[in-house]
Design a protein around this ligand. Structure first.
Ligand code: AMP
Length: 354
C-alpha cells in the first residue's frame, strides 16, 4: 500500500518527536493530523490538524483513524488495548506492547538470542530480596512500565539499599537488572520499509547524565565497531520478528565486543536527532517514507563527524550564543516552561576530523 504525497498522516502524540515528524512529512508534501491528550504541545505549531482526545477514548480514536491515510505514533506510553481495533498502525502494535514492558522486552530479546543484563522480575518486597540473591549487587531496580529518562529507577549498590529502592519505586511491578560496567553506550538506529528492506544509520556513541541522554556522537569510533556489529544484528532480528515498519531504536551497553541490550524504542529516537543535518535522509523522513510505503532514503553520513547535544532545562536559555556559533544547528521545541530535566531543544554540529 502506497500512501502518496498529498495524503494525511495521523500521528498519536504531539511532543517534539511529533513536531519533527510533521516537519519531515510537510517537506514531502504530506499533511499531518495529530491526536494527543492535551490542547497543544510542541507539534501543534507545525501540524495541519490537532485533535485533543484521551488515549483511552476508543470512539474518538476510531474517528481519528478513519480520517487519515496512514497511522503512526511518536509516544510510547499509550494504552494499547484501545488501539487494537485500528487498522494499518505502523510500527505494529505488538512492538509497542513489548516495548512498554521492560520484562516482556527482555524476555522477547532473549528469545531472539539477544543478551540483556542479568535480570529478574520483582512483584513484591520479598521478590526483590530473591531477585537480589539471583542477580547480585550492584543492580538497578526499574519499574516494568512508564519509566523514561531515568525515571522509575533506583540503584542498589549493596543489598542494604533494597528497602529504600523499593520505597522509591512505590512498590510498582519491577525488574531488577545487574549493573553493567560498560565501556560505552550506543544505539542502533534502523528503518525497515514496508517491503522489508532495512537501512541502518551510523550508530551514535551516547552519553547519559542523570539517566537522560546528554549527547550523541557519530561515528562512535573503531573501538565500538565489534559491539555495534553485534547490536545491529540483534536489532535486525527484532525488526524481522515483529514484521516492523518504521524507525526502530535499540539502546545498548558496549562491553568488550558484546552488545548488552538495554531497551528498545519503537519510534524515532532522541539519539537519532543528529540525522536531520548529519545524514542524507533523517530518521524522521525515513519513518514517514516507511509508514507511507515509499522507498527509503540513503542513511549515509554527510560530515566526517556529527555531534548532537540535548538542551535540558535552562540550557536552552543559551540560544543566543548557540546561534552565534557557525557550526551549531539549533532546534528549539517551543516548550514554554523549562523544568529541570525537561528536553527543551537540541543542537547539532557537523565537524571535520581534527
Ligand atoms: P534507561 O532509562 O533504562 O535507558 O536508563 C538510563 C541510563 O541509566 C542508561 O542509559 C545508563 O546510562 C544507565 N543504566 C540503566 N540501566 C543500567 C544498567 N543495568 N547498568 C548500568 N547502567 C545502567
Amino acid at each position: 500500500m502506497t500512501v502518496p504525497p498529498g495524503s494525511t498522516i495521523g500521528i498519536l502524540g504531539g511532543g517534539q518527536l511529533g513536531r519533527m515528524l510533521a516537519i519531515a512529512a510537510a517537506r514531502l508534501g504530506y499533511r499531518t493530523h495529530i491526536y494527543a491528550p492535551g490542547p497543544g504541545g510542541p507539534a501543534a505549531d507545525v501540524t495541519a490538524r490537532w485533535t485533543h482526545g484521551a488515549y483511552e477514548d476508543e470512539t474518538a480514536l476510531a474517528a481519528f483513524a478513519a480520517g487519515v491515510d496512514a497511522l503512526t505514533f511518536e509516544f510510547e506510553n499509550i494504552p494499547t488495548a484501545p488501539l487494537a481495533g485500528l487498522a494499518g498502525l505502523r510500527p505494529p502494535l505488538r512492538a509497542l506492547e513489548i516495548a512498554q514492558d521492560r520484562l516482556a522486552e527482555k524476555r522477547f530479546v532473549t528469545g531472539l538470542g539477544g543478551r540483556p543484563a542479568p535480570f529478574a522480575a520483582v512483584d513484591d518486597r520479598a521478590g526483590l530480596d530473591a531477585a537480589l540473591a539471583e542477580v547480585g549487587a550492584p543492580a538497578v531496580l526499574k519499574t516494568r512500565r512508564f519509566g523514561y529518562d531515568g525515571k522509575g529507577q533506583a540503584r542498589i549498590m549493596a543489598a542494604g539499599e533494597a528497602e529504600a529502592a523499593w520505597a522509591a519505586l512505590r512498590g510498582a511491578p519491577s525488574v531488577l537488572e545487574g549493573f553493567i560496567r560498560f565501556d560505552a553506550e550506543f544505539s542502533v538506529l534502523l528503518c525497515r520499509g514496508a517491503d522489508g528492506e532495512i537501512r541502518f544509520w551510523d550508530s551514535p556513541r551516547n552519553v547519559h547524565k542523570d539517566g537522560i541522554l546528554d549527547s550523541s556522537i557519530v561515528p562512535a569510533g573503531p573501538d565500538l565497531a565489534p559491539a555495534i556489529a553485534n547490536g545491529r544484528a540483534g536489532a535486525a532480528r527484532i525488526a524481522e520478528a515483529l514484521d516492523y515498519v518504521g524507525v526502530l531504536a535499540v539502546e545498548y551497553f558496549a562491553l568488550g565486543e558484546a552488545a548488552i541490550f538495554n531497551e528498545m524504542a519503537p519510534r524515532v529516537h532522541n539519539s537519532g536527532h543528529w540525522t536531520i543535518e548529519g545524514a542524507v535522509t533523517s530518521q524522521f523522513e525515513n519513518h514517514i517514507r516507511a509508514v507511507c510505503g515509499l522507498p527509503l532514503g540513503s542513511t549515509a553520513l554527510i560530515a566526517p563527524r556529527v555531534e548532537m547535544r540535548n538542551l535540558i532545562g535552562t540550557d536552552a536559555d543559551g540560544w543566543r550564543d548557540l546561534l552565534a556559533d557557525p557550526d551549531a544547528r539549533l532546534h528549539l521545541y517551543g516548550k514554554s516552561e523549562a523544568r529541570p530535566g525537561r528536553k527543551m531543544g537540541h543542537v547539532t554540529r557537523l565537524l571535520q576530523n581534527d
